[in-house]
Design a protein around this ligand. Structure first.
Ligand SMILES: Cc1ncc(COP(=O)(O)O)c(C=O)c1O
Length: 394
């Protein structure tokens, strides 16, 4: 049986009439940039996320970049982030000229470790009047945790640390739209707990466009205005550029498609969660817990529906590469997110990190394996995956 990592064809079949009508409408209007479809999407996305402001941008990467640029974070600044994420999380920090400071992850959740972060601050930083300065005399301007695989990181800790040290809190929520965190009485939604939240609508995401698209959400009205200017090359009045921004606009065709899909998002995320539950139960039933580490659900008892949205279902094994090969031979597609921790990337060599600096992230890079998951994945396909893994360890 062939089991793809992701199959979007069934989703498209169900939506094709609506998607095609929406795109035809845009084509007929010949309005492609900053039109009514984007305005409609921004309103709906702000409501969905529970954020006062939502600004459509051209990708998740550009969401991060626009936020950093709008904050004038750059040369001489440092920004703290996780060592284990998609490249853009760290790459954008370097792209604006700031220094990324990587922090090890929690080995269970794959998200930034609050303990490691506090340790870094205690050991390497000193407090000055307006914030924190590191051992390289750089002012630490921001903290960028990523909610990896659809699970929020410990936002109570991220908020406490950022408030304590006057850090701007930018959530990389590219993989976590709709994911919730038990934050006091009111649940916190991914992207809305910090100062800004960045989302990606890359086609494989839980909410995927038909190309590249992204979003920033924020609470502060002035900052939202600045982001809108930033996504148009820092231009407020026509051809008057207040500051340097970029072409970070989300186009009408993508917005029209996202408008069709957004109302279905919670249903898709619930279906992913059910598929994840099936995997977990079947792995346990097959006695595989001793062989593979299963995903954790730290907020499952919180009463929150979207305590995990399973953008990915990631297992871990020291025999990962052999297991992957075994599954590949049986036509089961898997993926490695990510084969290198950020400090191991050749382009970050100049930062001077070395092997062993972040053991949990390094281990995750060597051992993690993403299994096929998508809302419509058939249970027989999942059972086949479980059986093939059982045979490998058999
Ligand atoms: C954690 C994370 N951050 C940022 C991005 C960048 O998003 P995009 O691919 O839309 O530029 C992604 C997307 O893959 C991601 O997974």
């Amino acid at each position: 049986m062939r089991v793809p990592l992701l199959d979007l064809s069934e989703q498209y079949r169900a939506l094709s009439k609506e998607v095609e009508a929406a795109t035809r409408e845009v084509l007929s209007s010949q309005r492609f940039i900053l039109g009514p479809k984007l305005a409609e999407f921004e309103k709906a996305a702000a409501e969905y996320c529970g954020a006062p402001h939502a600004i459509g941008v051209s990708s998740g990467t550009d969401a991060l970049l626009a936020v950093l640029m709008a904050l004038e974070i750059g040369i001489g600044d440092a920004v703290i982030t996780t060592d284990y994420s998609f490249f853009a999380t760290g790459g954008c920090i370097a792209r604006v000229g700031a220094t990324p400071v990587f922090i090890d992850i929690d080995p269970d959740t794959y998200n930034i470790s609050a303990t490691a972060l506090r340790r870094y601050i205690d050991k390497n930083c000193h407090v000055v009047e307006h914030g924190l300065v590191n051992e390289n005399h750089q002012l630490i301007r921001a903290l960028v945790p990523a909610h990896l695989f659809g699970l929020c990181c410990d936002m109570s800790e991220m908020l406490a640390i950022s408030r304590e040290h006057n850090l701007i809190l930018i959530e990389d929520a590219a993989q976590a739209i709709g994911a919730e965190f038990p934050l006091g009485r009111a649940p916190g939604r991914a992207g809305t707990m910090g100062d800004a939240g960045c989302f990606s609508f890359y086609p494989s995401k839980n909410l995927g466009a038909a190309g590249d698209a992204g979003l920033v959400v924020c609470r502060n009205e002035q900052f939202a205005k600045r982001l809108r200017v930033c996504r148009q090359h820092g231009m407020e009045a026509r051809y008057q550029h207040q500051f340097i921004g970029g072409n970070f606009r989300l186009d009408e065709l993508q917005a029209a498609i996202l408008n069709v899909k957004l109302p279905r998002l919670d249903g898709w995320s619930a279906a992913r969660r059910e598929a994840a539950q099936f995997y977990t139960e079947e792995f346990k039933r097959a006695g595989l817990e001793k062989n593979i580490k299963l995903p954790v659900e730290p907020y499952a008892q919180s009463g929150l529906r979207n305590h995990h949205i399973y953008h990915q279902y990631v297992i871990r094994s020291p025999r990962r590469d052999a297991l992957r090969e075994h599954l590949g031979k049986r036509e089961i597609e898997t993926a490695i997110y990510y084969p290198l921790a950020l400090h191991e990337q050749p382009c970050f060599e100049y930062l001077g990190y070395k092997v062993g600096d972040f053991p949990a992230a390094e281990r995750a890079a060597r051992e993690s394996l993403a299994l096929p998951i998508y809302p419509e994945i058939p249970r027989e396909a999942q059972q086949y995956v479980v059986n093939c893994i059982a045979k490998f360890f058999g």
